[in-house]
Design a protein around this ligand. Sequence first.
Ligand code: BDR
Ligand code: CA
Length: 320
Amino acid sequence: RAPYYLDCDTGIDDALAIGYLLAAAADETAGIEIVGIGSVSGNVSASVGAYNTLDLLALAGAAGIPVAIGAHDPQGGSFRGGAPHVHGANGVGDVEIDKSDVAVSAESAAELLVRLAHEHEGELRVIAIGPLTNIAEALRLDPELPGLVKELTLMGGAARVPGNITPVAEANIANDADAAAEVFAAEWFITMVPLDVTMTNVFLEHHRQTLIDSGRPVATALGHMLDYYFEFYVGVYGHRASALHDPLAVAIALGEVALKTAPVVRVLVDDTAGPGRGQTICDLRGSYNGFPEQSNAHTRVVLELESDFAPVLLARLLTA
Ligand code: BDR
Ligand code: CA
């Protein structure tokens, strides 16, 4: 089975992503295995995120997966308290999940990732759905990491649409633009799942209700969390709904979603101190006839899917 490592800032849509990944891992035909999960400060602190993750794993009966706490602060800065207005004070929409009695790993998230990359050399698929602090730290711990990892899929950035935290920057990138710049500059194959495609695939009230009506513990908890998330997104969509950022990145990493437009280009992250900080500058000019071949073009930027992601996500979550 193909080994997957997840780095996250659990968070409501991170919880959806974890639910998706667990459901896929429980499905023999998907052929995947989750070998470790790291947490990073973003929606909540790295520590709160790790415990949210452990609680979700316990709820799903998957408590054996190692969970490591990662970086509390972004490179050269301080964690600014997360996004309680989006994800609730506890990160999971103020839904109370029974506390897991499993301890966090003794390693840091970056150490866990490096160790697993060696143990699964050439096979490990990494999915990052939070700020890229841990991934950059792992690159510094072992500069050979890009050669050990099969591919990196990340939720982050905005290619042709506005940002969601500044006019040009998406939250995961903006929360540690220095780390993101390092990660995009490293020589590995990246699939970037930006706001372009995560904002246009949404859950609506009937999806949420179906999760709750399932009576399944994880699906029901996710349905209740979405109540909080839907309220935040009223200000974005004009009605109750939610973007599907992180679960879409997981589904794409698993190859369970058909991509319509996904050019492989060079991506630079603005890590300067100006108003562009955190912008993902995707060189999409390559699609014009006669434009010279790009150097360092190793990022596949997902711009459009073949079909709506919501039914795919719902089907998986109903087995979570
Ligand atoms: C990203 O930022 C976080 O708030 C979400 O969990 C997602 O990973 C969306 O910009
Ligand atoms: Ca996230």
